[in-house]
Design a protein around this ligand. Structure first.
Ligand code: UDP
Ligand code: MG
Length: 314
């Protein structure tokens, strides 16, 4: 029988966690003849009773495992720890606040069992109940990101997904320290089936995302997945140099024709030309730096999906 790992990052979720467990338990009971489960709870340094709640759940239910951080490291860290610890053949990632409906898990598992998709991921159908400013900023973010980066991210995606073991292995092969999971999920590729669902409010507690936190998060996305800004001085410097070089020729001709004022403009033009030259030098530095930056991330050069001499098909 397949083992399904459910990874749940939790930060101050003492009220949500029992509700999540009750809901998840219903799904696990419903599927008990088709698959075995483990709940991998990650306590991200909660300051409330979350850890006590996890201990209690683990004591009464052998399917529950947990790890607890020494302090709050952020959702990305919690997700990574959960992925590392998961033992399942199929691995799901979901929030503790029931914004990711456990009731979708059987359908997701069914899809992976009966088709050759590697991952079933989810998107919110709409952004109802969200401040319009936030929706607008989100749309801008996805628009700019997809233009600048080599990976394509769909709008309104959630981290909630069920994947095959090989997708998890690929995600863990991304050893980078600054982890932006939405980008990593997109980067590793594989065949993804998208399901849409209505946005639901969290059952208890409050969201950890302030506008400032969201801005930092989008900054992280750009810094992790595009080095294009480092080449910006190269483009700007190149354009400036070209413009002022042409202008210089025009001014020299004017000076040769006997216009004494032209020498004054030639001096200014030369200064602007050298400013452009300095930008180009900065851009050259940026070009090498961007290569170095990608090099130290040690991302895999390729990720295999299948090969003829594979021993077992997972
Ligand atoms: N979370 C976490 N560490 C943090 C912040 C959040 O583990 O520093 C967890 C949180 O407990 C929840 C999930 O990440 O299970 C998503 O957080 P939240 O519901 O606040 O985000 P939203 O659903 O509003 O995007
Ligand atoms: Mg949530």
């Amino acid at each position: 029988m397949d083992l399904i790992s459910i990874i749940v990052p939790c930060y101050n979720e003492q009220e949500s966690l029992p509700l999540f467990y009750a809901e998840m338990n219903r799904v696990m009971e419903q599927m008990k003849d088709t698959a075995a489960f483990e709940l991998m709870l990650v306590d991200d340094g909660s300051t409330d009773g979350t850890l006590a709640e996890m201990r209690a759940l683990a004591a009464k239910d052998a399917r529950v495992r947990y790890v607890s951080f020494s302090r709050n490291f952020g959702k990305e860290g919690a997700l990574y720890a959960g992925l590392q610890k998961a033992r399942g053949d199929y691995i799901a990632v979901m929030d503790a606040d029931l914004q990711d409906p456990p009731a979708m898990v059987p359908q997701m598992y069914q899809i992976l069992k009966t088709t050759d998709y590697d991952c079933v991921a989810t998107r919110r159908r709409n952004r109802h109940g969200e401040p319009p400013v936030r929706s607008f900023l989100a749309r801008c973010f996805y628009g700019i990101f997809n233009r600048m980066s080599q990976v394509r991210m769909k709008e309104a995606t959630r981290d909630f997904r069920l994947m095959r073991r090989r997708v998890l292995d690929a995600i863990l092969a991304m050893q980078e320290y600054n982890r932006f999971s939405k980008g990593i999920f997109a980067w590793v590729g594989f065949k993804i089936k998208w399901l849409e669902f209505e946005n639901v409010e969290r059952v208890a507690g409050k969201t950890k995302w302030s506008l400032g936190a969201l801005l930092r998060y989008s900054m992280e996305a750009f810094l992790s997945f595009t080095t294009l800004p480092l080449l910006f001085p190269l483009v700007l410097g190149g354009a400036l140099c070209l413009f002022f070089a042409v202008l210089l020729i025009v001014l020299l001709v004017t000076a040769a024709c006997g216009n004494p004022l032209a020498w004054y403009w030639i001096l200014i033009d030369a200064l602007a030309f050298f400013a452009g030259l300095q930008l180009i030098c900065l851009g050259v530095f940026g070009a090498y730096f961007s290569k170095m930056y990608m090099e130290i991330k040690h991302r895999p050069i390729y990720i295999l999906k299948e090969e003829s001499d594979e021993k077992e098909d997972r």
